[in-house]
Structure formats: structure tokens, C-alpha cells
Design a protein around this ligand. Structure first.
Ligand code: NAP
Length: 242
């Protein structure tokens, strides 16, 4: 057992999740790099270990109940508390399909990762989160998860029409508010963030921000103090409209 502050980031073997993992480790935390594929995780973690960062691999497939339970047990064996959980894993399937052509199996699979995944993982880690004093949960939302912005023709987000992805991120905002209400009694703050348009495999590397820039708001909300907000939605310019 260790007394060092612990964090878990899901979908951390690349992209924004890897940058969040690095940033939290650089802040002095011991970070579990969540990956659904051990070999992809091992390839990713090596650079961080070479830099002397305190990071450990954790196999966790957020759509798989058994995998998530095993991951929670594995963390429990090593530590009594989880101070930060970043629900970062996310997918976009068939991005060129217009809403009328989105396959139901793709819509369901998208919700499994982007919405049910964060619910499943948060529930599984609640015993460890409540054991930490003032844990923080960050939900990786999206600008296209803002109904206000996607309906505003002056917003760049209104030009994006990804039925399943957008709906999953809109719903994730509601999940954020729900958990924030329940977990406030334990001093746990739960916030959704949006990273901006980040260059990652998710968008075929068409984004404009680096993963490190995209990770900044998630890291900030993971480390907010007792006077920080809960149940909110934040981006690089502060509070975002729902
Ligand atoms: P990415 O580079 O494609 O990374 C996505 C990560 O999620 C990968 O590690 C992937 O693992 C993992 N993942 C997918 N399904 C999973 C599952 N079932 N269980 C566990 N992990 C799983 O994309 P990214 O841009 O960094 O995305 C990270 C988050 O930011 C997502 O929630 C995304 O929606 C959000 N976001 C991104 C942008 C952007 O501009 N990039 C904008 C707004 C929001 P594998 O390598 O095994 O596939």
C-alpha cells in the first residue's frame, strides 16, 4: 500500500489520455495508465517510465463489465483510495454517415464507450473515490456535446453533425450533473471538460491543438481545490454552455 495520491485515466495509451496521464504524473501523482490493449499500453508507457514518472499500466476496457471490475480490484490491491478519475476513453464510428444513415450497431457501440463506459467505470471505482479525501472525477466531453453550441449557427460546432457521438456527449453532460449531485456528500467534484479540436487518431489528426494543449483543461479540473466547482462543463476559455 502507498500513501501517494493516485489517478486513473481511461483510454490513455495515446492521444489526449496519454497527455493527461503525463501531466498528472508530472504534477506528482501516481498514475494508472488505462488501456484496453496491454501491448498498446506497454508501448505508450515506456516513454513516461524513461522520464522517471510514476505510472503503471492498468488493463481496462470500459465496455466490458468484467474488465472494469478486475481493474478496480487490481487498483484496490495496491492502494486504499483513488484521488482522480479521468473518464477519457472515447470513439467516433463512421464519421461520414449522415444521421439518416447511421447504423444502429454503431450508435449503440458509440454509447457503450462514450456514455455507459464512464458510468460503469465511475460506479466501479466509487469505493476507492469515496475513500480519498476530496476526489475529483473528470468526464471527457466535447464541444459538440453542447446543445447550445451545436444549435448556434455562429459556432463552429454547429457545422458538425455526428448523430451518435454528439448524442453520447450530450448525455455524458447529464451523467456528470447526476454524479456531481450524489457524490458532493463525499467531497467529490465531478466536472465535464472539452479539450478543443485536438490532433489525434479520433479525427484522423485533423485537429489544430496538440494533445498536451487538449489535456490542459482535464488536468486543471482533476487538480481543482476545495473551492472549485462541481457539476459544470469547462473548456480552454472557462465555463462552457450546456
Ligand atoms: P484517440 O487518440 O483516438 O484516443 C482514444 C482512446 O480511447 C484510445 O486510447 C483508445 O484505445 C481508447 N478506447 C477506445 N475504446 C475503448 C474502450 N472500449 N475501453 C478503453 N479504452 C478505449 O482520441 P482522443 O482525441 O485522444 O480522444 C480522447 C477523448 O477526447 C475522447 O473521449 C474524445 O471523445 C474526446 N474529444 C476529443 C476531441 C479531439 O479533437 N480529438 C475533441 C473533443 C473530445 P485504443 O488505442 O485501444 O483504440
Amino acid at each position: 500500500m502507498t500513501n501517494k495520491r493516485q489517478a486513473l485515466v481511461t483510454g490513455a495509451n495515446k492521444g489526449i489520455g496519454l497527455a493527461i496521464t503525463k501531466g498528472l504524473a508530472q504534477s506528482g501523482m501516481s498514475v494508472w495508465l488505462g488501456t484496453r490493449d496491454r501491448s498498446r499500453g506497454q508501448a505508450a508507457i515506456q516513454n513516461l517510465l524513461d522520464e522517471g514518472l510514476d505510472v503503471r499500466l492498468l488493463e481496462i476496457d470500459v465496455v466490458n463489465e468484467v474488465s472494469v471490475q478486475r481493474a478496480a480490484e487490481a487498483v484496490s490491491r495496491e492502494t486504499g483510495a483513488l484521488h482522480v478519475l479521468v473518464n477519457n476513453a472515447g470513439i467516433i464510428l463512421d464519421p461520414t454517415a449522415p444521421p439518416s444513415k447511421v447504423r444502429m450497431e454503431d450508435a449503440k457501440a458509440t454509447f457503450e464507450v462514450n456514455l455507459f463506459g464512464p458510468i460503469r467505470v465511475t460506479q466501479a471505482f466509487i469505493p476507492l473515490l469515496t475513500a480519498a479525501e476530496g476526489a475529483r472525477v473528470v468526464m471527457m466531453g466535447s464541444g459538440v456535446g453542447s446543445l447550445t453550441l451545436i444549435a448556434d449557427p455562429t459556432s463552429i460546432y454547429s457545422s458538425v453533425n455526428l448523430l451518435a457521438y454528439t448524442a453520447s456527449k450530450v448525455a455524458l453532460n447529464a451523467v456528470t450533473v447526476s454524479f456531481a449531485k450524489e457524490l458532493a456528500a463525499f467531497g467529490i467534484k465531478v466536472n465535464a471538460v472539452e479539450p478543443g479540436h485536438v490532433q489525434t487518431d479520433l479525427n484522423d489528426n485533423t485537429g489544430v491543438l496538440t494533445p498536451e494543449e487538449g489535456a490542459a483543461t482535464a488536468i486543471k479540473m482533476a487538480l481543482i481545490g476545495q473551492d472549485g466547482p462541481t457539476g459544470g462543463f469547462f473548456g480552454g476559455h472557462g465555463r462552457q454552455p450546456w
